[in-house]
Write a protein that binds this ligand. Sequence first.
Ligand code: ADP
Ligand code: MG
Length: 600
Amino acid sequence: MDIIHLLPDSVANQIAAGEVIQRPASCLKELVENSLDAGAKRVQVIVRDAGRTLLQVIDDGVGMSEMDARLAFERHATSKIREAQDLFSLRTMGFRGEALASICAVAQVEMTTRRAEDETGTLIEIHGSDVVRQEPCVCPVGTNIKVSNLFFNVPVRRKFLKTDQTELRNLLTEFYHIVLVYPKVAFTFVHNDEIILELPAGTEKQRIEAVFGNPKRNVYTSAFVDVNTETELVSIRGFVIKPENATRKAEQYFFVNGRYMRHPYFLKAIQTAYSGMLSADYQPSFFIYFTIAPEAIDVNIHPTKTEIKFADEQAIFQILMAAVREALGKFTLAPQIDFDTQGNIDIPLPKDTPVSRPQVTVDPTYNPFHTRGAIYPDRAPKNWESLYEGFSQPLSDPITPNTQITQNTQIPLSDSAPIWQYKSKYIFVQTENGLLLINQHRAHIAILYAQLLEQLTHAQGAMQQLLFPEVLSLQADEMILAAQLLPDLQAIGFDLEQLSPDSYSIQGIPAQLANQSPLPVLQHILQQVRERGADTQAEWREQIALSLAENAAIPYGRSLTEAEMRDLVKGLMALPQYRHTPDGKTIVSLLTDEEIAKRF
Ligand code: ADP
Ligand code: MG
């Protein structure tokens, strides 16, 4: 029986219009989702040139009849919904019936497909929506679809594609979103004849391990605890990282009814559950799977379908936060409970339970000023009066209303102005107009950032050889990113050499990082570049410089000598941008004399 039918226009119009295929990754997503909707147990993805020349998906799903093979490429042809009402009770990944139509409009598509009940299969070839060939063929049960020369007839689209490395990363990101919800389906991903991922069928944990960890050693998922909660509204399952294993580089995944989603509000719920357990720049990794009645969510608000609206977000926020807290509480209290022979123990929430933090070793004798001399010695102004010419625009800090520094405000300041450190975190300097408050860590970030960016541009980074080389192991997508950043990482002073298909050895590090462990720093860089979507060299250089500066800057809690404080302030004021860090955080604030007087 043929199973595909055309959607009435009224339904078609209810489906949000939107460009379905923006890049190879969106094409791959649609093809793989079709295979899964077709009940495939094994899906092979074959890619050439990051999808520009070839994107092929082979599945062992139900296949299509001869008639369906032709109809599948019509717009709004779908076997998945019949009426508008069906939109609210979706259980398949696809439903719009526009993916194949969109793909064949912008590529050369060749498909072979066969159902188990048919003796012969069908081959169909379509170039830019024109069927150029359709004939019976011999092929296995399932569907094999080959999309060649994507955007061959849309040069503008082709031009907007990013570098191969970026597009390949996008492909893998999209692929991760899918494979993490289908652990029982085996997947392979081959790029330019190289097997990038080989994922056997297994449990959710095994799948996570196979993608992010080491499938043989099972070490990644043992860093997680289970989350499990059933309520009438929603069921929440998954894994959240033990606080002590958190890093700066987090993997954060939400899925709802078998679909990846982004959800900044629910992310807040998880972060809240961890509050007090992680140091400032650490992020919790998690894989959270929601199951909810399809009527209670709207998957249709966003054309690429990663933002999903829930009917009852506040309630789910609370349930999620409580579930994560409970999971973390069980984990942190586990040793005490083991000694208790009583059965029913009330497990208190871990709110005030101190949790061991990741060990960060800080060398208290390390003094950035002595090892490197004065910051910007030749740029530092001779006397402090000229430092404040920089105050040409008002400070724009929405939180502190005490910043009426206007266009012409001059803040005279002398070399002998009283200066002191407050709580090992802020530097206070007396000026004629008031008290200047400076955040020491951020000030140093801004100084180092400017310095590093300059070194990066001129490939003049100073390197310090490591006594014991370290090994940086990376996931497939990170390897691609690392290869892309490699020349710049070397320019700034990293001595890196590829060891194996998934690791680098680190033999030297930028001099600014002396005495620091290079692994977290490199991971931080990769994370930042990935998260902030730095696609051009200029963008990722900024991320590299910022990341290094954040790692190398004087931390809070370090007491400074008077000379160091003056050096720091001088270095800061010599910068063209000294009021904010490159990522927009406030560095300086002025408490004016009037404001001080008003308090009395
Ligand atoms: P949708 O997935 O939204 O229904 P598509 O354009 O992606 O729309 O696919 C159209 C139809 O083609 C699907 O409803 C399905 O019946 C059929 N189809 C597409 N890919 C496959 C596949 N790999 N195996 C079996 N049937 C498929
Ligand atoms: Mg589809």
